[in-house]
Design a protein around this ligand. Structure first.
Ligand code: URA
Length: 472
């Protein structure tokens, strides 16, 4: 096989007569707004996966792609190349329909811990490849690793064994499984290149398609805590992901959901897991109605697309029954145990929560909470120690924020607004200021925002993209 140069290192070109590809040319092309072809994008994905392209060149290309954007063709080609950058999971031996859910990222966004066991309890297999904290948002894997012993990096053989036993397994990309996303995801986090529809689509779908899914439900966030805050950008992302996944053979639906405030009450690592376990136990904690409702809606769609319910509404009923009768909780505990986690911590989740520093922030004014800058709230959570400053750093499992007030609620000055948990007392001040600056107050109740504002299936996605292309 011929070898071509990428940067200073070499990557293998596909055949003897393929012209050499130089990374510097791909950076300059993207910088100048020239569309890259599938072979060029495959070189970037495989060079990222094998770490044969220097980080500074990948970072420069990512920034050029962020500024110039990726065309529909580029997005599809990059998605497939990233999917193919490593091993793939084959769900056929599970003898069940493989269905998953993925969110575009938010604050307190923890529905995975509810939908995976609930959908599994209703008869579909959920092979979930997830990510770590990205930008201002928390990471599913970081949250799971707050459970002592829980292992997120499994071999494909072990992944299959857990899925056969429990119906659901939540794991990370590895040096073998979607390695291109592992490298590019961490680099995007450090270079301010997260908020781009093509890059988000390729990152999410490469992981989902490598899991060999039959069906997929996407939770596309819109509002102040989403990566793409404007509704029209979130709609475009939803349509782009549905059309790209469908073209790759996976039945897909996307729900456009509200991220104008944290989901539920808790945002952090362990405190988010504990909140989900309370819901799985059938509790109805105040302020978690949105989390419960969204999780049941997403699970309902998973169960429907997985062929276990004739409609998403029937899927919702089945998911709710599994929540109420405790089969969802049993699945969750079985999965945690199978992945090495110590389930004794769930005997008393409050006792296990051992933050080094705590501060209650009282409301600094009276009135209705009219709006929240949820991205700033997400940064406050990360700076308490729940997220990383640098790639590879450990996160504090016990850091985070519990919000006692939701958007639209009326509060009296002096009442508890939020409780902060930090790695050390010196980390408490900046997040408190971030919270104070992030809240807008009003004398009247603000208008309600729907939790789910739109659903895209294949036909809506294709017509939305066709209309967007015609406008450009
Ligand atoms: N989740 C991902 O896996 N990737 C992104 O780019 C954003 C959210």
């Amino acid at each position: 096989m011929a070898k071509s140069k990428v940067g200073k290192k070499t990557v293998k070109a596909r055949s003897e007569n393929v012209a050499a590809i130089h990374m510097i040319d791909l950076i300059r092309k993207k910088r100048d707004g020239v569309e890259l072809d599938a072979r060029e994008l495959a070189c970037i994905a495989s060079g990222a996966a094998r770490e044969s392209i220097p980080a500074e060149q990948l970072a420069a290309w990512l920034m050029a792609a962020w500024i110039r954007g990726l065309s529909l063709q580029e997005t599809r080609a990059l998605t497939l190349a990233m999917r193919d950058s490593g091993e793939k999971f084959d769900p056929k031996p599970l003898r069940k329909t493989a269905v998953d859910k993925h969110s575009t990222g938010g604050v307190g966004d923890k529905t995975s811990f509810l939908v995976a066991p609930l959908a599994a309890a209703c008869g579909v297999a959920v092979p979930m490849i997830s990510g770590r904290a990205l930008g201002h948002t928390g990471g599913t894997l970081d949250k799971l690793e707050s459970i002592p012993g829980y292992r997120t990096e499994l071999t494909l053989a072990k992944f299959e064994r857990v899925l056969k036993r429990c119906g659901a397994s939540i794991v990370s990309q590895t040096p073998k499984l979607v390695p291109a996303d592992r490298v590019l995801y961490a680099l995007r986090d450090r270079t301010g290149t997260v908020e781009n529809s093509g890059l988000i689509c390729a990152s999410i779908l490469s992981k989902k398609l490598a899991a060999g899914l039959n069906a997929l439900v996407l939770d596309v966030k819109t509002g102040s805590g989403a990566f793409l805050k404007k509704r029209e950008d979130a709609e475009y992302l939803a349509a782009l992901m549905v059309a790209t996944a469908e073209a790759a053979g996976t039945r897909t639906a996307a729900l456009l959901t509200d991220m104008s405030q944290p989901l539920g009450r808790a945002a952090g690592n362990w405190i988010e897991i504990a909140e989900c376990v309370a819901l799985l136990r059938g509790e109805r904690p105040a302020g978690c109605e949105d989390l419960r409702e969204l999780s049941l809606q997403l699970a309902g769609w998973m169960i429907h697309l997985g062929g276990k319910a004739t409609t998403p509404a029937r899927g919702y009923q089945l998911a709710e029954a599994a929540l109420v009768d405790g089969t969802g909780l049993a699945r969750f505990l079985k999965m945690v145990d199978a992945q090495g986690g110590d389930i004794r911590v769930f005997d008393d989740p409050q006792k296990f929560h051992r933050p080094r520093a705590t501060r209650v922030v009282p409301a600094w004014t009276s009135g209705y909470v009219a709006a929240m800058d949820t991205t700033a709230l997400g940064w406050a959570v990360q700076r308490l120690g729940a997220g990383r400053e640098k790639a590879g750093e450990p996160v504090d499992p016990h850091a985070g924020i519990v919000f006692h007030v939701k958007r639209g609620e009326r509060v009296k000055r002096g009442a508890s607004f939020a409780t902060l948990y930090a790695t050390s007392a010196k980390l408490l001040d900046e997040p408190e200021h971030l919270i104070r600056d992030a809240i807008q107050w009003s004398a009247e109740a603000p208008p309600a925002v729907p939790l789910i504002s739109r659903v895209f299936t294949r036909s809506e996605a294709e017509s939305h993209l066709a209309a967007a292309t015609a406008r450009d």
